[in-house]
Design a protein around this ligand. Structure first.
Ligand SMILES: Nc1ncnc2c1ncn2[C@@H]1O[C@H](COP(=O)(O)OP(=O)(O)OP(=O)(O)O)[C@@H](O)[C@H]1O
Ligand code: SF4
Ligand SMILES: [Mg+2]
Length: 358
């Protein structure tokens, strides 16, 4: 790879219509247990997950703790190997037509813990310059790039370049992690709870910075968060996960104003409101999430769903289009003729044709 390559994002192969990232049939099951007396069990952390992120878009991933958000991110970035499924970057299969190394440059990640992500012994400038240097950029150019990026994330290089992580605030450290992620000219940045640990005012500043950087560098984001207010603010589309599966997906407004899955509706009901009259103290979802080691059969939400019927524990619902373009829900109440009493009638084309007796 030449020096210029390190400073330029990898070329757009498929044009604006082709998703930057496609995830197809992605699964990761972890084997746990297996002591002398216990049997080995399987955590179904990610189970047949499918989605696409288009160029320039922000796709939000939401869901309770343990639903598989970070595992999905780690699979995409190649930190762990999937048991099944494909990761496709701008039309090219990762590990086949596009190498893992090229993918790791094109896709960067920012984590929640700003301090743990930084080497305490490296100055800020060295931290940001490290990646480009490893990828073959001359040290002077890598350091010039680091200083340039520091300015782009709102930190004056003259003041901050020679500091160490412990001399910075949480918000400043997260700006450095963002600068470090941008140092390899990525196309996709995965932000895994990247603003969750910050105070509200600092969080708002970092979110605005992310939006500015996205426009300036032509980036695409996968934005993982448990905070629905933040996801609504930054995302174009949203995926809702429950126990390793996608239960609802769609454009952000459709998701927030016309959610169809009882789990999504419960998450929305639990959102802290800025309006004191609209605040609810009620626990919106009954019970704890079931153990991902032994997810319930059929719809995994049936143990907590107020609308569950017999069919819900027997058959797994399929993601079904709801009407709004790109909005789909995996619930028997949405799937035509699913056997749920609230299910819509089958579409006319699928109805059995009863011939008139002659
Ligand atoms: N290396 C591992 N070995 C065993 N189980 C794991 C491993 N990594 C994740 N898990 C399990 O997989 C499930 C999904 O975890 P994951 O970290 O993806 O959830 P998450 O949605 O990111 O949660 P959080 O909101 O708390 O960050 C959890 O039950 C978790 O305990
Ligand atoms: S499929 Fe059944 S249990 Fe699952 S969310 Fe829909 S109604 Fe509830
Ligand atoms: Mg996580």
């Amino acid at each position: 790879m030449s020096e210029t390559d390190v400073l330029t994002p990898t070329a757009d192969v498929g044009g604006p219509q082709q998703p930057l990232l496609e995830v197809k049939g992605l699964s990761k099951h972890f084997a746990v247990g297996g002591s002398m007396f216990g049997k080995r069990s399987t955590v179904r952390a990610v189970d047949d997950v499918n989605f696409a992120v288009h160029k320039g878009e922000v796709l939000g991933i939401v869901g309770e703790s343990g639903c598989g958000k970070s595992t999905t991110a780690r699979l995409i970035i190649g930190l762990i190997e999937p048991d099944a499924g494909e990761i496709i970057l701008d039309g090219e299969l990762v590990g086949s037509t596009v190498s893992l190394r090229d993918m790791r440059r094109a896709v960067q990640m920012v984590f929640q813990d700003s301090y743990a992500s930084l080497n305490p012994r490296l100055t800020i400038e060295d931290t940001i310059a490290f990646g480009p240097t490893v990828h073959g950029l001359a040290a002077d150019k890598a350091h010039a790039r680091a200083r340039d990026l520091l300015a782009k994330v709102g930190l004056d290089p003259a003041q901050f370049a020679q500091r160490y992580p412990h001399e910075m605030s949480g918000g400043q450290r997260q700006r450095i992690n963002i600068a470090r992620a941008l140092a390899l000219a990525p196309r996709l940045v995965i932000l895994d709870e990247a603003v969750s640990a910050l105070d509200k005012s600092v969080e708002a500043q970092v979110l605005n910075l992310l939006i500015d950087l996205k426009d300036e560098f032509g980036l695409t984001y996968l934005f993982i968060s448990h905070d629905l207010n933040v996801v609504r603010f930054i995302s174009d589309k949203v995926v809702v996960m429950y126990l390793g599966e996608i239960v609802e997906a769609g454009p952000v407004e459709a998701l927030f104003t016309d959610a169809r899955h009882p789990y999504t509706r419960a998450l929305l009901a639990a959102m802290p409101s800025h309006d004191p009259d609209a605040r609810t103290q009620e626990a919106p979802i009954a019970g704890d999430p079931p153990n991902p080691i032994d997810p319930p059969p059929g719809c995994r939400f049936h143990t907590r769903c107020p609308f569950a019927e017999a069919v819900c524990s027997e058959n797994a619902p399929r993601l079904t289009a709801t009407g709004t373009a790109g909005h789909s829900t995996a619930c028997h109440m949405v799937e035509p003729a699913s056997g749920h009493t609230k299910a819509p009638a089958p579409a006319p084309a699928e109805q059995e044709i009863v011939e008139c007796p002659t």
